[in-house]
Design a protein around this ligand. Structure first.
Ligand code: UDX
Length: 444
């Protein structure tokens, strides 16, 4: 059954969710305060890189099932279910989450709700937010108790966002048990297709639903920092972290995923979510419970420094005037997102240390240039590595994994490479005469 939905906030999360919901057969209106973004989306243009999303967006803008606006009144009039997908970035000058966009979305929408409506929050928020907002919605909405708010966190990964939206591995719905209203019934209608495929759904209280999201991201961050901490020990002992990860990963209780040692995690979610989680625990008086996340963050930051130091060592202790090619700027492949990107951080630090850094990224260069306009950007990997004294692979794009060490060897000044993501076929590079260094590997 088709529902009339709105999605408030049209960033990575909101734009994908809006197009995904249209694909599931619903009629959708997307809202954003950024007029330029709305104009582009209305033309069927995705303002960021996400595989599969442009096709989906165009399909449903053309079919008329998906449209966009900057006018919240249009949204309140049209939709019966409103998803909140605005950002909750890290506060400037603090660890907590900036809630101003979420609050503004509720403050503008709720007073316009004159008929029964359901609001489902998707943004990642500090625990306790949903209960506060549910109360605020009841206060502000002319329809009173008939405007109900639940929490429905989103687990989508950039690069796989369309797949994760259309075929999620689980659904989570937070509802106030004292005041459940129609939220579950409506959410089950919205997600009927996924539920028909027996996608697990966890219906729980609001606080648990909020905590599920941050706990999932904190766990993933911890897993990555765990293997990176072990990589440090491997380097000190001549052991190999990749073999080690394979070996422990065969244990089903551990699993091999997210045991990729390297430059560590970045992006718009993991780093800020663990910090916001710590900040919230502090406010709740249980900061000790999450002190370990500080260490998770520290291990992760050290990776970037470590690669800069490795580069310095490779170059005989002198970064100034060295020619370094950094392959990768996005925080991970199949994304143009450079928020808290380890790759860009390394490139920037080397640049500040006086090296001539040339960066290439298949999709992330425009965003990278906004953050680091003084870096030198190359149009191709070949262009970036020409005459280089050292190459650093900082994001594991398939284009970089597929580079031929013999061909690249003809272009550089010195055959030195640091594989910051342990993603290259090391033996082939070594066989082609390269001084190859992985992270936490035999050759480190
Ligand atoms: C993450 C969560 O996975 C997703 O469920 C949530 O909704 C949003 O946050 P995303 O930020 O898209 O998604 O990236 P993810 O694929 O989790 O990767 C995060 C970072 O960890 C990347 O920088 C990646 O390079 C790094 N990473 C990942 C590793 O360093 N090693 C690994 O083994 C896996």
């Amino acid at each position: 059954m088709s529902e009339r939905l709105s999605v408030i906030g049209t960033g990575y999360l909101g734009a994908t969710h809006a197009a995904g919901m249209a694909e599931l057969g619903h009629e959708v209106i997307g809202l954003d305060i950024d007029a330029e973004k709305i104009e582009r989306l209305s033309r069927g243009e995705v303002p960021f890189y996400e595989p599969g999303l442009p096709e989906l967006l165009r399909k449903h803008v053309d079919s008329g099932r998906l449209r966009f606006t900057t006018d919240v009144r249009e949204v309140a009039e049209f939709a019966d279910v409103h998803f909140i997908g605005v950002g909750t970035p890290q506060l400037k000058g603090g660890y907590g989450a900036d809630m101003s966009y979420v609050d503004a979305a509720i403050e503008s929408l709720a007073p316009l709700l004159t008929r029964p409506a359901i609001i489902l929050g998707k943004s990642t928020v500090p625990v306790g937010t949903a209960a506060r907002l549910a109360e605020r919605v009841r206060e502000l909405a002319p329809v009173g108790d008939e405007a109900q708010l639940g929490w429905n966190p989103e687990f989508l990964r950039e690069g796989f966002a369309v797949e994760d939206t259309l075929r999620p591995d689980r659904l989570v719905l937070g509802v106030d048990p004292a005041n459940p209203g129609r939220i579950e019934e409506v959410a089950r209608r919205v997600y009927a297709q996924a539920l028909a495929r027996e996608t697990p759904i966890v219906v729980t209280d609001l606080a648990t639903a909020e905590l599920v999201k941050v706990s999932a991201n904190a766990f993933l961050a911890t897993k990555i920092s765990f293997i990176n901490a072990v990589a440090e020990v491997c380097e000190a002992t001549g052991a190999d972290v990749k073999d080690l990860a394979d070996a422990i990963g065969y244990d089903e209780r551990i699993g091999r995923k997210f045991l990729g040692a390297g430059l560590g995690f970045g992006g718009g979610c993991l780093p800020k979510d663990i910090r916001a989680f710590m900040a919230r625990a502090g406010e709740l008086g249980v900061d000790e419970a999450l002190t370990f996340l500080r260490e998770v963050d520290n291990v992760n930051r050290r990776r970037r420094q470590h690669v800069v130091q490795m580069a310095e060592r490779e170059l005989g202790g002198k970064l100034a005037d060295a020619k370094i090619a950094v392959l990768g700027a996005a925080f991970k492949p199949d994304s143009d997102d450079v928020r808290d990107s380890p790759a860009l951080d390394v490139a920037g630090q080397l640049h500040l240390a006086g090296a001539h850094v040339r960066v290439h990224d298949p999709e992330g260069m425009a965003n990278a240039a906004k953050v680091w306009p003084t870096l030198d950007f190359a149009d191709s990997p070949e262009d970036a590595v020409r005459d280089a004294d050292l190459i650093i692979v900082a994001t594991e794009w398939k284009q970089f994994r597929a580079l031929d060490p013999n061909v690249v060897g003809e272009l550089v000044a010195h055959k030195r490479i640091i594989d910051g993501r342990n993603c290259l076929p090391a033996e082939e590079w070594i066989a082609a005469g390269w001084d190859y260094r992985g992270l936490g590997r035999h050759s480190a």
